[in-house]
Every structure is written in structure tokens, then in C-alpha cells.
Design a protein around this ligand. Structure first.
Ligand code: PAF
Length: 289
């Protein structure tokens, strides 16, 4: 019989984690906003594989949503999330209220420069400041040895890693591969918003990335040509509005012109009113003579 604790207060979390640590357990942490899916389960499984005590937080963080974004309609189903976590073998769920997490007026922020300027940062002002602030708070509350993030949010993972390094936070960040539906669509809580027709068109994001990988393997190294090829594929959908298709350095996230070695290909596209993101890391290996 699987036993899972659940906490809504910071104090409860501190007590449960302290007891696990006293019992000699390594603490693993998976921060989420709920609406859990196979991607989250893969993070939980990775955490269970490396840690004796696994904490999952479920908190739809208001400070990372901009005006006009989907904070109010973001899918929330705590009961279903609890059952997924229990089934997966999670030890503790932390599902705080907004008032448990934030004072009436939050005036202390954690923000990472440079890495947040391109890609999603360009289109979602303040988003990463909200993410890094809530993650810093959650890391202080849970005090994990390892926290697990998904590669689907490639920029988020890099920004969090940099925050942890720059602020000397005593934890390790592990980034796990993107989980995909059989047709290639990256799993995401926001896929729930898609109508049946939109769901069909959503596959164009991963199809475009796959085409990019194929072209690079065939020797195409011009980012302009690669972006144009991806734009063409996504434009097959009349419901698609491209926010960005970018090819960037994997460490600085700055745009690049020519593929030399590794590069991150990332895109954000609205299908109807649903904003989806996806990415792949490609690498160009010149054939030896
Ligand atoms: O990736 C997410 O779900 C959120 O950005 C996170 C890391 C849980 C912070 O709210």
C-alpha cells in the first residue's frame, strides 16, 4: 500500500522533509503547476530513481503569468494530481495556497539576466522573474538535494540552472527528456485546451523540428534556410500563429546564423488561442575527409 503525505503549509513541509533527512534519505523535488501528465510522471520516476524521498509541489504560480495570459483558466484538478502522484510513488505533495506562498505584496524578486532576454522571454515579459522567484522560494522551503525539470521548457531549465549556480544554492538540477505523444506532439498541460481540429494541427510543431533535424543531417547549416523550412511546415495550418522560430546557442541562448556543433532549435506557436512550445537540440558533425 503506497502512503503519501500531503501538505498545504510550509511548516508541514519543513517537518516532513527534516524527518526524511534525519532518516538518511536524499530529497528529490519536482516542482509543478499541476494538471499532471506523462511528462511530469517521467520527472517523478527520475526523482524516485535517484532519491529516497520525493516531494512534488503543485502550485499555479500567479507571478509567472502576464496580463491576458491563462492564469485563471489554467487547468486545475488537485484530486487527479494527487492520485497520479500516489500511484507514481511520491512521498509528499505540497499544494499551498497563494497566500501561503506570497505575502500580500511581494517586493523581493529573483531574476536572471541575459538568458531571459530571447525566446519566450521576449514575448512574456516578467515570466521568468516569476519562475525564478517561485523556484527560489520552493527550493528554500523543500531544501532538496536534486530538483527535476523537463527539457520541453529548455529556456526555463537553463535559467534555473544558472540561478542555482549564481546564488550558490546547495542543490543539483537534473533536466529530463521531453515526453511526446505517439505522433510527436510534446506532452503539455496546455494540450488540454486544444479542440480536436487544433490537436491535429499541433503536430506541425514537432514535424517542423523533425524536418530541421533532417535538413541539418543532410548538410544544411544556414539558420535562415532552416527557419524558413520550419515556417513553411507550420504555415500549413490556417490556425497557427508563429510567435518565434529560433536557432540559438545552447549556453547563451543568443541567435546564431550558422550551425556549428550543437544548437537549440526552439519555437512557440499559437494554435487557435493555445500557445505551445517545443524544441530540439541539434548537432552538426562535419564528415571527416
Ligand atoms: O514548469 C512549470 O510548471 C513551472 O514553471 C514551475 C517550474 C513549476 C514554476 O512555477
Amino acid at each position: 500500500m503506497l502512503y503519501m503525505e500531503s501538505a498545504t503549509t510550509i511548516e508541514q513541509v519543513r517537518q516532513s522533509v527534516a524527518a526524511a533527512r534525519t532518516a538518511g534519505k536524499r530529497i528529490g523535488f519536482v516542482p509543478t503547476m499541476g494538471a499532471l501528465h506523462a511528462g511530469h510522471v517521467s520527472l517523478i520516476e527520475a526523482a524516485i530513481g535517484r532519491c529516497g524521498y520525493v516531494v512534488v509541489s503543485i502550485f499555479v504560480n500567479p507571478t509567472q503569468f502576464g496580463p491576458g495570459e491563462d492564469f485563471d483558466k489554467y487547468p486545475r484538478d488537485l484530486e487527479a494530481d494527487m492520485s497520479i502522484c500516489k500511484q507514481a510513488g511520491v512521498d509528499l505533495i505540497f499544494a499551498p495556497s497563494a497566500s501561503e506562498m506570497y505575502q500580500k505584496e511581494n517586493i523581493t524578486w529573483v531574476s536572471v539576466d541575459k538568458l531571459t532576454l530571447n525566446l519566450c522571454g521576449k514575448f512574456r515579459p516578467g515570466h521568468f522573474r516569476g519562475v525564478t522567484t517561485v523556484c527560489a522560494k520552493l527550493f528554500n522551503i523543500v531544501q532538496p538535494d536534486i530538483a527535476f525539470f523537463g527539457q520541453k521548457d529548455a529556456q526555463q531549465a537553463l535559467v534555473i540552472k544558472r540561478m542555482v549556480a549564481d546564488l550558490n544554492m546547495p542543490l543539483q538540477i537534473v533536466v529530463c527528456p521531453t515526453v511526446r505523444e505517439p505522433d510527436g506532439l510534446a506532452v503539455s498541460s496546455r494540450n488540454k485546451y486544444l479542440s480536436a481540429e487544433e490537436r491535429k494541427d499541433a503536430v506541425l510543431l514537432s514535424a517542423a523540428l523533425a524536418e530541421c533535424e533532417k535538413l541539418v543531417a543532410a548538410g544544411q547549416r544556414s539558420c535562415e534556410a532552416l527557419i524558413e523550412a520550419m515556417r513553411k511546415i507550420i504555415s500549413e495550418s490556417s490556425k497557427a500563429q508563429i510567435e518565434y522560430i529560433s536557432i540559438v546557442d545552447t549556453e547563451t541562448l543568443a541567435d546564431i546564423d550558422v550551425i556549428e556543433g550543437r544548437a537549440l532549435v526552439a519555437l512557440a506557436v499559437k494554435i487557435g488561442s493555445t500557445r505551445l512550445i517545443d524544441n530540439v537540440i541539434i548537432s552538426y558533425q562535419p564528415r571527416s575527409a
